[in-house]
Ligand binder design. Structure first.
Ligand SMILES: [Zn+2]
Ligand SMILES: [Zn+2]
Ligand SMILES: [Zn+2]
Length: 281
């Protein structure tokens, strides 16, 4: 019998929760409810694949047992928005402290173009002369619709989530044995056949309802489209997800009870920082 483990390192959208100085119902709840405190979105799969090292990666990994940090073997970046990749520099320091080998970083070709503008000095690639100190990361390219395997039969298939238009944003179908997890923290739409009947769907929770999208104070033009939770529920039902957890949680300014009113039954819930989900095949 196989097993897959998903650890939520962070579950906020672009900015952490609670917001500084905010006394809305959501932020007030987070003052006394640890599950309301959220850092930038990231997960660890089977203790070995780190997805989306964001600006909070240092604190997120420092909270783990050292053996779990040392066990990380690969990094995957869904897309180069700041909350999904700006932790690469901090992660390079962790690698140094724990004496880790060079870590392969997986991203799409057009993501790499943007990632290397900031982090070229951290990544070895074909044009690297290969002299001097080895760089912390090596470049690996992933392509929409093409599965790649990261050890022990763990397979990742990137698919387009139609979140962005100037570069492609990947969701990930993560499979091992008969288990299928879909991770799509930034999601607008998909018709990818590989999503059907996942054991666990982890979906975009930037907005609760469609009317919030129109007057969202933090949404800048061109920062990407997000399917609201009320529509995400319908998407989850359409692909017959066995269980759905919303992550990438935005600043709704409503209570947890009001948020849960959008969830139709016990197969839906909201993820929280530090949550560990173990799936058995
Ligand atoms: Zn607030
Ligand atoms: Zn994004
Ligand atoms: Zn995002």
């Amino acid at each position: 019998m196989g097993a897959m483990t998903i650890r939520f390192l962070g579950t906020s959208a672009r900015f952490p929760l609670p917001r500084w100085g905010c006394e809305c119902p959501q932020c007030s709840d987070a003052q006394s409810n640890p599950q309301g405190v959220r850092s930038r979105p990231s997960i660890l799969v089977n203790r070995r694949v780190l997805i989306d090292p964001g600006p909070d990666v240092y604190a997120q990994l420092a909270a783990l047992p050292p053996d779990e940090v040392r066990a990380i073997r690969d990094v995957v970046i869904t897309h180069p928005h700041p909350e999904h990749h700006l932790g690469l520099d901090d992660l390079s320091q962790f690698r140094h402290v724990w004496n880790l080998d060079q870590l392969p970083v997986w991203a799409q070709f057009d993501s790499w173009t943007l990632i290397l503008v900031t982090f070229n000095y951290l990544v070895s690639h074909e044009l690297d002369p290969g002299q001097g100190v080895p760089r912390p990361f090596s470049r690996s390219d992933m392509t929409l619709g093409e599965p790649f395997e990261l050890g022990e039969g763990l397979t990742f298939t990137p698919f387009d989530t139609f979140h962005t238009s100037t570069f492609a944003t990947a969701g990930l179908v993560i499979e091992q044995d008969d288990l299928r997890v879909v991770y799509a923290p930034d999601f607008y739409d998909s018709a990818f056949f590989g999503l059907a009947e996942p054991d666990l769907l982890i979906l975009d929770g930037t907005f609760a309802a469609a009317e919030q999208v129109a007057d969202a104070p933090d949404l800048y033009e061109g920062h990407g489209r997000h399917l609201p939770i009320e529509d995400g529920v319908r998407f989850a039902q359409a692909i017959r997800a066995r269980r759905t957890l919303f992550t990438h949680i935005g600043h709704f300014q409503i209570t947890p009870e009001e948020l849960h009113a959008y969830l139709p039954d016990e197969t839906f819930d909201v993820a929280y920082d530090g949550q560990v989900v173990e799936l058995l095949a």
